[in-house]
Each structure stands twice: as C-alpha cells, then as structure tokens.
Design a protein around this ligand. Structure first.
Ligand SMILES: Cc1cc2nc3c(=O)[nH]c(=O)nc-3n(C[C@H](O)[C@H](O)[C@H](O)COP(=O)(O)OP(=O)(O)OC[C@H]3O[C@@H](n4cnc5c(N)ncnc54)[C@H](O)[C@@H]3O)c2cc1C
Ligand SMILES: *[C@@H]1O[C@H](CO)[C@@H](O)[C@H](O)[C@H]1NC(C)=O
Ligand SMILES: *[C@@H]1O[C@H](CO)[C@@H](O)[C@H](O)[C@H]1NC(C)=O
Ligand SMILES: *[C@@H]1O[C@H](CO)[C@@H](O)[C@H](O)[C@H]1NC(C)=O
Ligand SMILES: *[C@@H]1O[C@H](CO)[C@@H](O)[C@H](O)[C@H]1NC(C)=O
Ligand SMILES: *[C@@H]1O[C@H](CO)[C@@H](O)[C@H](O)[C@H]1NC(C)=O
Length: 498
C-alpha cells in the first residue's frame, strides 16, 4: 500500500519536474526571428507571430527583427509624388473581400477610400494599336441622372457585344473568390499547410493553376471575343500578361476589376508600417541581407552594413528571383521569371490625334489594350483631372521612351518612370517553391506568389507561415509524430527505469 503510494508520489514528482523543465525550456527558448523584407508579407508574419503566440500563452517568440534594403517599409506598396500630389505607384487596389487588409485598416485606425473614380462611371476603350475596337460612352455631364443613363447604356452596349459570356465570367470569378474565403476559416477547420500545393488543394484552387486562363474561360463557355478583348485587357492591366497566365492568377485578376474596390487613404504602405510598429519589431532600414548561413542551431545573416545577426528562425518575405542572397547550405527552387511592369506617371494631356480623335475628352478615361505587336503600351488611365490637364498612369512591358511619350502626349509637364519587378511571369501548369526551404527553420512566404500576387494573398500566405513556425517550434523534436503518444512512451520508459 505504502509502496504503491510512494511510487505514485515519485511518479508525480518526476512528472512535475519534467513539466517544469519543459515550461522553463520554452521560456528560456523564446526564439529569435529574422524577417527579410518589410512588405505586407514580412509585416504580416511579424503581426501574426505576436498575435498567435500571445494567444497560446507559450513564450515561443522572442525578438523579431525585420531587414529592409530600402529606406522605407512597404515594398511593392509605395507612393509616387507628381506635381506635389501623391498616388499609389505599385499595388493600388483592394477587393472588398480582402479580409486581412480590411482588418488591418481597422486595427491600425487607417481610412479606407474609393479609388479615384467610381467604377461604373469610368469610360473604357479597348485599343488595338490602330483603333478602339470597343469604346463606352463618355459622360461629360456632371448631372447624376445623365451619368446613370450613360452607365446603363454602356451596360447594354457591353451586353450586346459580349452577351451571356459576361455572366459566365462573373460566376467563374465568384466561385473562385468563395473558395479563397476558406483561408479565413477558424483553426479548428483550417489546417496548417506545409506546402503551397497542399494549401491550394485544400481550398479547391489547385486545378486552376494547371491550366491557362484562356483554356479555363473556354471551358466555362466564354466567347472568343470576350477572351480576346475584355479578359485580355484586364490580365494585361493587372499582371502585364496575356490570358496565358494560370486560371487562378487570371481569376484573381478578373476579381480585381469588379465593384466595391478600395484603397488605404494616404497609401497602402501604411498597413505594413502600422503592423511593424505594433508588433514589437527591431526594424533595420537601409540594410540588405547578403548571406544566410545555417550554423546548426541558428542562422547567421550578414548584411551590407558589415553586420552579422543570429536568429533561430529566418523568414524570406521577398521574391528570391531577382535578388542575390547567398544561402549556405544552398538549395534549389523552381526557376521563376518576374514580369516587369514599367509604371510611367505623366502630368499633362494626351494627344487625341494619336488615337484618331478630335478632342482630348473623346479619349476614354481608361485605355486598355489587346495582345498585338502594334500596341506600344499596356494601359493608360486618368488618376486625376485638373482644371487644364490631367495626371495619368501608363503601364507598359518595356520602358516608355521619351520619343514615344511625345507621340502619345501633346502636353507633358512632368514625367516619372518606375521599373517594377512586379509579379511572377505566370505559367500553367504552375510549379512552386517550398514554404520550408531547408527542412529546418528557413521559411519562404513568396512561394505562394506563383498562385497569385496581391497584397491579400501575401497576407494569407504570411498568416499560414506564422502558424507553421509556431506549430513547428512547439513540437521541436519530431512534429511528424503525434505528440501525446511520444511523450506517453517517454513517461512509461521512465516509469520502468524507476
Ligand atoms: C505596378 C504594380 C501594381 C500592383 N497592383 C496591385 C493591386 O492593385 N492590388 C494588389 O493587391 N496587388 C497589386 N500588386 C501586387 C502587390 O504589390 C504584391 O503582391 C505585394 O505587395 C507583395 O508584397 P510582399 O510583401 O510579398 O513583397 P514586397 O512588397 O516586394 O516586399 C519585399 C521587400 O523585401 C525587400 N528586400 C528584398 N531583398 C532584400 C534583402 N536582401 N534584404 C533586405 N530587404 C530586402 C524589398 O526591398 C521589399 O521592400 C501590384 C504590384 C505592382 C508592381
Ligand atoms: C477580422 O476581425 C474580426 C473581428 O475582430 C474577426 O472576427 C475576423 O476573424 C478577422 N478576420 C480575419 C481574416 O482575421
Ligand atoms: C482536379 O483535377 C483532378 C484530375 O483532373 C480531378 O480528379 C479532381 O476532381 C479535380 N478537383 C477539383 C476540386 O475540381
Ligand atoms: C499563348 O500560348 C500559346 C500556346 O503556347 C501561344 O501560341 C500564344 O502565342 C500565346 N499567346 C500570347 C499572347 O503570348
Ligand atoms: C506606432 O503605434 C503607436 C500606438 O501603438 C502610435 O501612437 C504611433 O503613432 C505609431 N507610430 C507610427 C510611426 O506609426
Ligand atoms: C558573416 O560575418 C561573420 C562575422 O563577421 C563572419 O565570421 C562570417 O564568415 C560571415 N559569413 C559569410 C557567409 O560571409
């Protein structure tokens, strides 16, 4: 009796000691995290690591450092100032169902605003290099009733040209958006994903990346005219590419042409700035990481400032395709080319003669283009109408030469050119780099960009990476085995020893 009692006491003593040890261990091992890149991806990883680790009451996350080679955070969310006014230079538009962005905006006390023009009053023209193959009516009237009539007439015209295909396109987009919403489900129903493929399969999105948008749209019954014109115009504006991009990137791009679009007042980059500010992060601006070496238990990151940092976890939150961080040991990932988009901002006036028109006001507010070698730009849109001139944004695949700009514009007071390594050049079937680059604790958020590249998809990928890091840190021995079972067998082994 006594003996049995003693054994129990000893066992529970041992158990408590182990428990204390484990607890102490995890306290002593608040892991240091290094994040390369301060775009929405890197900022979101920091945010979710803090949020989820404080909720779990385990002290798994210690110091978080973010390295940014530029002097400002935000990456591809950036503003440009032309004639004293500020506009989005990169990522500009958010979808109403971009729920992380919606929450960030609220959490950070930022303001949402509609883009410069409300969508249906915007006149659209499709330019093939010689003529407008399609052009909606411009409503130069300020009267709401006239605007509404024009907008109605434009819908009718669009229906006459493209027919029921328009509805098929929007139900395809809606279905894809609904699948994507699964990434906002609770932890109970939503697993932690170890790879992009697994993440896409779970939401029913994987198949869309195995065929091109063009193929997919034919499959859902769209007319060739709609594919060649409207769909192409949209994929060119959003990804600088044709309908040969994957079905998923295509659907995301088409969703970005719907209603209810918004942006953050004063600049979308403030989402990254605010998240970093509130996540207890050591931010290193103007510091580019050149090497990442795995030293057995830590990663050593060396920067252009000649400094060296040690972290137990390293997160790459930038596309690796055009930067030369040297990794040791080396690993290989599928080759990926970035699509470059040249964004040119002009304060001035378009030349109506270039477009075969008489007056500047005859040129549509948004000029989209078809795939044709005769087309010299991807899109031109009006960012703002001033009293005597406008501010325009031009996208093109190649840099806009001054000679070409002089042809297209009759007045050009100020011009700013930005060359973006903008997003992946999409293929179908798409191939993905792993989320875990080295099998240890080197993570890659932008592996997900091959599915689609948007601010929200970066946030969604980052949230999963934060969960992946926490789940792998809390089960450091062997996370592929069920936890309870292994600790049980450890205990029973000890019992036997006693
Ligand atoms: C012209 C354009 C228009 C777009 N339009 C939209 C849109 O309307 N809506 C939308 O949702 N998305 C849009 N996008 C896509 C969107 O910008 C990106 O998907 C998103 O911003 C990517 O965020 P990220 O954090 O993953 O990467 P990034 O924003 O690229 O962040 C990576 C950061 O890492 C830094 N970095 C790189 N290497 C190093 C290094 N070695 N050391 C330190 N720092 C380093 C970079 O300077 C950068 O700041 C657009 C993109 C472009 C270019
Ligand atoms: C956004 O915030 C709301 C309210 O706090 C929360 O219920 C919801 O889960 C959040 N959404 C995401 C995607 O985190
Ligand atoms: C994806 O394609 C495969 C093979 O063609 C098919 O078996 C599967 O049912 C498809 N999945 C979805 C979600 O459509
Ligand atoms: C799309 O892909 C097809 C097949 O590879 C090719 O023939 C066509 O030229 C491509 N179109 C564009 C616009 O790149
Ligand atoms: C950082 O956040 C605090 C609130 O937590 C706020 O008072 C401060 O203005 C913010 N700083 C910046 C630079 O955004
Ligand atoms: C990084 O810097 C440290 C300290 O200066 C140095 O010992 C190490 O060799 C450097 N690593 C690489 C890969 O250059």
């Amino acid at each position: 009796m006594n003996y049995k009692h003693d054994t129990h006491q000893i066992t529970s003593l041992v158990f408590c000691t182990i428990l204390l040890l484990v607890l102490n261990f995890s306290h002593a091992h608040a892991h240091s995290i290094c994040i390369i890149g301060s775009g929405i991806g890197g900022a979101s990883v920091a945010h979710f690591l803090r949020r989820y680790s404080s909720a779990s009451q385990q002290n798994l996350i210690g110091k978080i450092s973010i390295f940014e080679r530029n002097g400002i955070v935000g990456g591809r969310m950036a503003t440009v100032t032309i004639s004293g006014e500020t506009f989005e230079a990169g990522a500009s538009i958010l979808h109403p169902k971009n729920y992380h962005a919606v929450n960030y905006t609220e959490y950070l006390n930022l303001q949402a605003k509609k883009p410069s023009h409300s969508d249906d009053s915007l006149s659209l023209g499709i330019w093939d290099g010689h003529k407008f193959v399609y052009k909606t009516m411009n409503s130069n009237s300020k009267l709401p009733i006239v605007q509404r009539l024009v907008s109605f007439a434009n819908s009718v015209m669009m229906f006459l040209r493209y027919g029921v295909s328009l509805f098929r396109m929007s139900s395809f987009v809606e279905e894809t958006v609904n699948n994507f919403l699964r990434y906002y489900e609770d932890f109970e129903s939503r697993p932690v994903f170890e790879s992009v493929e697994e993440m896409l399969r779970w939401a029913g999105l994987f198949n869309l990346t195995t065929q091109t948008l063009g193929e997919k749209l034919v499959e859902v019954g769209l007319s060739p005219l709609l594919i060649q014109e409207l769909s192409t115009v949209i994929t060119r504006i959003n990804y600088g590419q044709s309908v040969n991009i994957s079905g998923l990137a295509g659907a995301v791009s088409l969703a970005g042409s719907g209603g209810g679009l918004w942006a953050v007042e004063g600049g979308n980059w403030q989402m990254a700035a605010g998240l970093i500010n509130r996540s207890d992060v050591a931010l290193h601006l103007h510091e580019e990481i050149e090497t990442v070496s795995y030293l057995g238990d830590v990663y050593e990151l060396n920067s252009t400032k000649g400094k060296s940092y040690n972290c137990q976890v390293t997160v790459v939150a930038t596309p690796l395709d055009e930067i030369n961080i040297r990794f040791n040991p080396v690993f290989s990932i599928p080759q990926r080319k970035l699509q470059h988009t040249h964004a040119t901002f002009v304060r001035g006036l378009l030349n109506p003669a270039y477009f075969g028109m008489n007056k500047v006001s005859d040129i549509p507010e948004l000029v989209g283009t078809t795939e044709s070698i005769d087309v010299t730009f991807t899109s031109i849109s009006i960012l703002k109408k001033h009293e005597n001139d406008m501010t325009y944004k031009i996208f093109s695949r190649e840099p806009m030469s001054d000679a070409l700009l002089d042809d297209i514009f009759s007045v050009r007071k100020e011009t700013i050119k930005i060359n973006w390594g903008a997003y992946p050049h999409y293929h179908a079937p798409e191939k993905y780099a792993p989320f875990i680059l080295d099998g240890n604790h080197l993570y890659y958020v932008n592996a997900f960009e091959n599915a689609a590249s948007t601010m929200e998809t970066s946030a969604v990928a980052a949230e999963n990476i934060a969960r992946l890091i926490l789940s792998r840190l809390s089960a450091p021995v062997d996370f592929s085995l069920p936890k309870l079972k292994s600790s049980n067998s450890d205990l029973s082994k000890m019992h036997m020893d006693l």
